[in-house]
Design a protein around this ligand. Structure first.
Ligand code: TXA
Ligand code: MG
Length: 373
């Protein structure tokens, strides 16, 4: 079913980020220039009537729905074409909203929330028995997060209940880090999107489970194992993430799906030698060009006849912020092969700041990590 998707473009934002001028001529998009308060009121009204509204967070854009309304949650799965066994994260704006979702909160969980909320951390907590199955996929725990973004918090406050919000992309596409990305995937199938510009973190939240004796990381993110080490209990990765657990089912069901995939093939090349990287890229270029294909090289710019040359970023944090946008640009340019320089070889693969980025690169590349050293 096709609906008109409203873009709330806030009047006080200095620059429109949606390319609103271009998009307002699309039949499925209606651009509305408005104040923050009006935008929040209208968006909350749509959510209260069971419709879907995408909104910015510090990590990626979320596709919001009333977390307590099974019909609205079913629309999320349909719009994203998401498998039904993959549970959603409930987003709250105040600690008082926790009781709408969870039956108890341990002391350790409370300390973690106090340290990192609002922020890019989702925590699994015992779910209330009356929560919709669609939210938890029938699991005993519910993932909860308080996002660090003024529009996200304002929207949750205005609607008055928790919002379920998976990343606002079609399943299998890179997560959206701007309102334009949301429209590229979902224009015509959701009621609206609040345009809050580019997301600052760029990759999804860390997902953890806080047990009495340890913290388990189910999905790495900007809150890394070093930051989580302050609570005096060991911090461990879900065995599925260590790469030695091919037989182990991931605890976060979403981790089993191929995610974040660009349309072209992605190779991530690790080497400490610049010349080795560029020689590898030039060889690939010759092969693909001979077949009439297109090649993107993700590295700090240099003279090479690739169809697209973009730096991913110098630090892992910078690369994480840009990753999904760059992969989408490669898709827009119909690139067949993306050769990316593995990040920050100097910091080593064991540096916590690189864990989340490498996790996303590994998934986006389908495991095509190539070492030239
Ligand atoms: O940064 C984020 O977390 C973004 C923004 C919008 O907040 N949201 C997001 O949602 O990434 P989504 O649905 O794309 O990813 C949710 C992840 C999935 O891997 C899912 O399997 C896991 O969290 N998850 C959610 N609820 C869970 C539960 N009850 N038990 C285990 N894993 C769960
Ligand atoms: Mg997602």
């Amino acid at each position: 079913m096709s609906v008109s998707t409203t873009v709330w473009w806030l009047v006080n934002e200095c620059e429109p980020r949606t390319n609103a001028g271009k998009r307002q001529h699309e039949p499925r998009v209606q651009v509305q220039r408005t104040s923050r308060d009006v935008a929040l009121r209208e968006a909350a009204h749509k959510l209260c009537t069971g419709e879907l509204v995408a909104f910015p967070t510090e990590t990626v854009y979320g596709l919001g729905a009333n977390a307590l309304d099974p019909d609205a949650l079913n629309k999320v799965f349909a719009a994203k074409r998401r498998p039904l066994d993959n549970p959603l994260i409930a987003h709250i704006a105040a600690m008082s909203q926790l009781e709408m979702l969870v039956s108890e909160v341990s002391t350790l969980a409370r300390r973690i929330m106090a340290a990192f909320w609002p922020g890019p951390l989702s925590i699994l907590l015992p779910a209330r028995p009356d929560l919709p199955r669609e939210l938890t996929a029938g699991l005993p725990q519910v993932a909860v997060r308080m996002p660090a973004h003024d529009l996200a918090l304002g929207l949750i406050q205005t609607t008055g209940y928790p919002l379920a919000a998976p990343s606002a992309n079609l399943s299998g596409r890179p997560s959206p880090t701007s309102a334009t990305h949301v429209l590229d995937d979902l224009a015509g199938s959701i009621a609206g999107v609040l345009d809050g510009g580019d997301c600052s973190v760029g990759i999804e939240s860390t997902v953890i489970e806080a047990r009495s004796d340890r913290i388990l990381i189910l999905r790495p993110g900007a809150i890394d194992e070093r930051a989580l080490a302050q609570f005096g209990v060991p911090v461990e990765f879900d065995p599925h993430l260590r790469g030695d657990g091919a037989q182990v089912a991931p605890r976060a069901p979403g981790q089993k799906y191929r995610h974040y995939a660009p349309q072209g093939s992605l190779q991530v090349v690790f080497t400490s030698r610049d010349d080795a990287f560029w020689r590898y890229a030039a060889d690939q270029l010759r092969v693909i060009h001979a077949r009439g294909g297109k090649v993107a090289v993700l590295a700090t710019e240099r003279e090479i006849a690739a169809d697209l040359v973009m730096p991913l970023g110098v630090t892992p944090t910078e690369a994480a912020t840009r990753l999904y946008r760059v992969l989408r640009e490669c898709d827009d340019a119909n690139v067949d092969l993306i050769v990316a320089r593995g990040v920050a070889p100097s910091t080593g693969l064991a540096d916590p700041a690189t864990t989340a980025l490498l996790n996303r690169l590994y998934k986006a590349s389908g495991g095509q990590f190539i070492s030239l050293d």
